[in-house]
Design a protein around this ligand. Structure first.
Ligand code: HEM
Length: 461
C-alpha cells in the first residue's frame, strides 16, 4: 500500500519544528543526529518536525511516543514505507522491509530458529569462535577492536544462523563486504543519490553482488545436495508458503541477507561500545571480570548462566551500554492515518521516526543521561524506569527477533574477553559516533590490548 498518496482533506498539519531548508541541519543530521534531536526536543517537546533537504520528518521521542508507535498503535506505522526502504537495494524484501501478512508469514517461518533451546545450542560455537579470535591477540599490541569484533560477529552469524563455514567461504570476506555496502549509508545525501561507475552507490552494488554470489551459491548447493542442518537457511529452504509452494531463491536470499545484516552489525557495535565505556570505567571492568571468575571459575560461559541472570553485574553493564548506544538507533516508519501523541496531532501518510538513542538521553526521563551508570539497571532501580522509556530492541509484536541471540553472543564475548584482557586508548583519543545506518565508532576503535594481571592469567584464553 502506498500511503503517501492517501492524503485526506482536513488532515492535521505537521507538528511544529524546524521546517525551513537548511544545508547545515541536513549535514549535522548525518554527523550528529543525537545532538539535533535533543536540541529540537528541548525547544518543541516530544513530537516535532525536522526538514532534511526536501523532506519533512515527524520525530517522536520519549516513553509515551515509543509506546504509541511500537505497541498501542503499531499498525498505524508502516516499516516499508519509512526510511527502511533505503535498505531495499541491499537487503530486498526481508523482515526489516515488509509489513502486514507477508511480514507475519515470514516471521513465523524464521521464529523456530530463535527458540530458547536453539539459541542456547549456539553457545559452544560462540565460545569457540571467541577463543579462536582471542588467540590472535598479543599483549601490548594495538588493534582496531571494531574490525576485530566485526569479523568475529560475522563468523558467529554465518555459522550459528546459516550453517555456513566461514573458512570454506574464505574467498569472500562477508564482514568486509557488508562494511563496504553499509558505508554507503554514511555518505552525505548528494553522494547517496549520485550514480555512475565511481559513485558510492556503484561500490555498494559491487559489494552486494559479491554477497549475492555467496548466498545464492549456498542456496544452490543446499538445494542440489539436499544438505540440511539446524540453521535458518534449512528452515527457509524447506518452508512452504500458504499455497504449499516453496519460497523462491530470491525470498530466501532476502531473509538471509537481512539476518546477516541485523545479526552482526548490531552486536559488533554493542561490544565495541562496551569495550570503550569499560576502558573509562576500569572499576566496572574489574567487577564484571570478578563476577565471571566467581560464578564460572575457569569454565567457559554456558547458556544457563548467561541467559538465566547468573551474571547480574554483566547484565547491568550491557543494559546500560544499550541505553547509551542502542545500535539500531532509529525506527523509521510512515503513518497510515493521522495520529496524536501527548496532545500533538500529526498527519497520515508522512515519515515518522522514533529514536531509542534520543529517548534514552532525555534529561527529564533519565538522571545524568550521558553518564555511564549501570546501577540504573539494578533490580529496584529498573522497576522505576517508565514504560516505553527504554527500547533498545524496539517493542511490541515486531520486537527484535534476534534479541536473545544477540544478548547471549555479547555476554559470551564480554565474559571471555574481560577474564584475560583489558583495553586502553591513546591519551586524547575521543570516540566519534557515526550512523551507517546503525551507530558505531566513526573511525574504528584503536585500542592497546594488555593481559589482565593474575589471578586471571591462567584462565581460558
Ligand atoms: C545488540 C544487538 C541488537 C540490537 C540492539 C537490535 C535492535 C533491534 C531493533 C531496535 C529492532 C526494531 C527496529 C524498529 O522498531 O524499527 C530490531 C529488529 C530486528 N532485529 Fe535486532 N537487534 C540486535 C541484534 C539482532 C540479531 C543478533 C538479529 C538476528 C540474528 C536481529 C534481527 C532482527 C530482526 C530480524 C528484526 C526485525 C523484526 C521484525 O520486524 O519482525 N537483531 N532489532
Amino acid at each position: 500500500m502506498d500511503v503517501r498518496n492517501d492524503r485526506r482533506a482536513h488532515e492535521p498539519p505537521f507538528p511544529p519544528g524546524d521546517v525551513n531548508y537548511s544545508l547545515a541541519r541536513a549535514r549535522r543530521m548525518v554527523r550528529d543526529p543525537l545532538g539535533v534531536l535533543l536540541d529540537a526536543y528541548e525547544r518543541y517537546g516530544p513530537v516535532f518536525t525536522l526538514r532534511v533537504f526536501h523532506e519533512r520528518i515527524v520525530w517522536v521521542l520519549g516513553p509515551q511516543a515509543n509506546h504509541h508507535v511500537l505497541v498501542s498503535n503499531a499498525p498505524n506505522f508502516l516499516w516499508r514505507e519509512g526510511h527502511f526502504r533505503e535498505l531495499l537495494p541491499l537487503l530486498g524484501d526481508g523482515l526489516l522491509t515488509i509489513d502486514g501478512d507477508f511480514h507475519r508469514r515470514s516471521r513465523r517461518i524464521v521464529l523456530p530458529a530463535f527458540h530458547h533451546e536453539r539459541i542456547a545450542a549456539a553457545t559452544g560455537l560462540m565460545v569457540e569462535e571467541t577463543q579462536r579470535a582471542m588467540a590472535g591477540l598479543r599483549d601490548g599490541a594495538r588493534i582496531d577492536f571494531y574490525a576485530w569484533m566485526r569479523s568475529l560477529a560475522m563468523r558467529i552469524a554465518m555459522r550459528a544462523l546459516f550453517g555456513l563455514d566461514p573458512d570454506r567461504e574464505r574467498e569472500i570476506d562477508a564482514a568486509a563486504e557488508f562494511h563496504q555496502a553499509l558505508a554507503f549509508y554514511g555518505n552525505d545525501y548528494w553522494m547517496q543519490v549520485a550514480r555512475g561507475p565511481g559513485s558510492p552507490f556503484a561500490r555498494m552494488q559491487r559489494a552486494r553482488a559479491r554477497l549475492n554470489r555467496l548466498v545464492f551459491g549456498e542456496i544452490a548447493r543446499r538445494r542440489t545436495t539436499g544438505e540440511r542442518g539446524e540453521d535458518i537457511l534449512s528452515l527457509l529452504l524447506d518452508a512452504q508458503d500458504e499455497d504449499g509452494s516453496r519460497l523462491s531463491d530470491k525470498h530466501v536470499r532476502d531473509e538471509v541477507m537481512t539476518l546477516l545484516f541485523a545479526g552482526h552489525d548490531t552486536t559488533t557495535a554493542t561490544v565495541a561500545f562496551l569495550v570503550h565505556e569499560l576502558a573509562d570505567a576500569p572499576a566496572w571492568a574489574d567487577r564484571v571480570a570478578e563476577e565471571g571468575r566467581r560464578v564460572l571459575g575457569d569454565r567457559a560461559p554456558d547458556a544457563a548462566t548467561l541467559m538465566g541472570g547468573g551474571l547480574p553485574e554483566l547484565d547491568m553493564v550491557l543494559d546500560e551500554i544499550l541505553r547509551l548506544y542502542p545500535a539500531a538507533w532509529v525506527g523509521p516508519r510512515r503513518s497510515v492515518a493521522p495520529f496524536e501523541i501527548v496532545g500533538v496531532r500529526a498527519p497520515g501518510g508522512v515519515p515518522v521516526n522514533y529514536s531509542s538513542w534520543a529517548s534514552h538521553r532525555l534529561p527529564d526521563v533519565w538522571d545524568a543521561p550521558d553518564a555511564f551508570r549501570p546501577e540504573r539497571f539494578g533490580p529496584d532501580a529498573r522497576a522505576r524506569i517508565p514504560k516505553g522509556a527504554y527500547v533498545p530492541f524496539g517493542g511490541g509484536s515486531r520486537i527484535c527477533l534476534g534479541m536473545r541471540f544477540g544478548q547471549l553472543e555479547i555476554k559470551v564475548i564480554a565474559t571471555l574477553l574481560l577474564r584475560s584482557w583489558r583495553f586502553t586508548f591513546e591519551p586524547g583519543w575521543r570516540l566519534a559516533v557515526r550512523q551507517t545506518p546503525t551507530i558505531g565508532p566513526a573511525d574504528g576503535l584503536p585500542v592497546r590490548v594488555s593481559r589482565t594481571p593474575a589471578p586471571a592469567q591462567h584462565a581460558a584464553a
